[in-house]
Design a binder for this molecule. Structure first.
Ligand SMILES: Cc1ncc(COP(=O)(O)O)c(C=O)c1O
Length: 373
């Protein structure tokens, strides 16, 4: 059997399990993007891109940041981000996936322990696999379980540094982490705390500084702020202490051996941060929409998550995909999420709220869901 035959077999098996993925053109009302503030197509960001082009900003960086690729736009963005979020330093990389992967692959050393929330994003897993430290999961959103895991590791002779990896708002459940408790734990244990703010940056906090607002400035915290969600663009900012940035520049293979992100994109991300500084109006509108949706979900027996990510857990993967299909037929862009993206038995619809939709569309969707459920 050739490799291609083997691939075909695997794909067929995925198909039989109802798990085969496929790319489809965009269609239907947007209840699935992470463009929370509706910035991806906003005139303000289009203008920022046109202006950047007009002043000669390059489309491509032409090389690694350590070679010819260190464009003034990257430097300006990092200075703006550090000032905006109050951190000592910032490093811009191509995506949130790259950020988590290179952080976990680079920072924890042999003899260290990485403790991660059981529901942490795949990119963190990728980094831990590439890294040198031991890694162990703790129960979702449970700082006491993390504390116990540290104690058990120390008892077994663990002497290295401890790293704790959490998200501030979980991408498939829309629930928040008890960040203050994790922060206190990290301080008590002398641990480093990695906070992935992918779904909170721009959505929460004064000027969109997220649920970890204020933590970026702490030396033991490293905050990952992706730019492809509420910021409407792409890439990710790592907010950290200056030595962490220096260490990454010197040691992170995913940074060193990769072409720097587009300077044009860096310019647009900077404009997006300036929009966040300019006022809360978009954030306030999004939160009114979340409140409206919460009432609509409650009225049809769905427990509101209280955030822009609303799961409707159906359990069975086939049922979730059938339900998503039925909603798509009615003009809604809602996707079914199956294992391994969520735990076994946790297949669901993932509904997101963005400024690309109206309260009326949420009301209509709730009526449709009620019929189908
Ligand atoms: C929690 C979380 N972290 C990281 C990522 C990856 O970010 P990016 O899409 O910028 O690669 C995502 C989403 O895709 C995410 O949901």
């Amino acid at each position: 059997m050739t490799s291609l035959d083997q691939m075909q077999r695997d794909l067929d098996a995925l198909g039989r399990q109802g798990r085969r993925r496929a790319l489809r053109p965009i269609a239907g009302v947007d209840f699935s993007s992470n463009d929370y503030l509706g910035l991806a197509r906003a005139p303000a960001l289009r203008d920022a891109a046109s202006n950047a082009l007009a002043r000669g900003v390059a489309l491509g960086s032409g090389g690694s940041r350590l070679l010819r690729g260190n464009d003034g736009e990257h430097i300006a963005l990092e200075a703006e981000a550090a000032a905006h979020f109050g951190s000592q330093a910032a490093l811009f990389v191509g995506s949130g996936y790259a950020a988590n992967t290179l952080l976990l692959a680079t920072l924890p050393q042999r003899g260290d322990l990485v403790l991660y929330d059981a529901l942490i994003h795949a990119s963190t897993h990728e980094g831990m696999r590439l890294g040198r430290a031991e890694f162990r999961a703790f129960a979702h959103n449970d700082p006491a379980a993390a504390q116990d895991a540290i104690a058990a590791w120390r008892k077994q002779g663990g002497t290295g540094h401890v790293w704790i990896a959490v998200e501030s708002l979980y991408s498939m459940d829309g629930d928040r982490a008890p960040l203050a408790a994790f922060d206190a734990l990290a301080q008590r244990e002398g641990a480093m705390l990695l906070i992935d703010e992918a779904h909170a940056t721009g959505v929460y906090g004064a000027q969109g500084r997220g649920l970890a607002d204020g933590m970026d400035r702490q030396a033991h915290a490293i905050v990952i702020r992706t730019c492809g969600k509420a910021l409407g663009c792409e890439g990710a900012l790592i907010l950290c202490a200056a030595p962490v940035r220096e260490f990454l520049i010197n040691r992170a293979r995913g940074f060193i051996f990769s072409t720097a992100p587009s300077p044009l994109i860096a310019a647009v991300v900077r404009a997006s941060l300036m929009l966040l500084s300019g006022g809360q109006a978009r954030q306030d509108r999004l939160h009114r929409l979340i409140d409206h949706a919460g009432r609509a979900w409650s009225a049809i027996g769905i427990d509101p998550s209280g955030s822009a990510i609303q799961p409707v857990v159906l359990g069975d993967a086939g049922r979730a995909m059938d339900m998503a299909h039925a909603l798509q037929q009615r003009g809604y862009d809602i996707r079914g999420i199956r294992p391994p993206s969520v735990p076994e038995g946790g297949a669901r619809l993932r509904i997101t709220l963005t400024l690309n939709i109206t309260e009326q569309q949420v009301t209509d969707l709730a009526a449709c869901l009620k019929d189908l459920l």
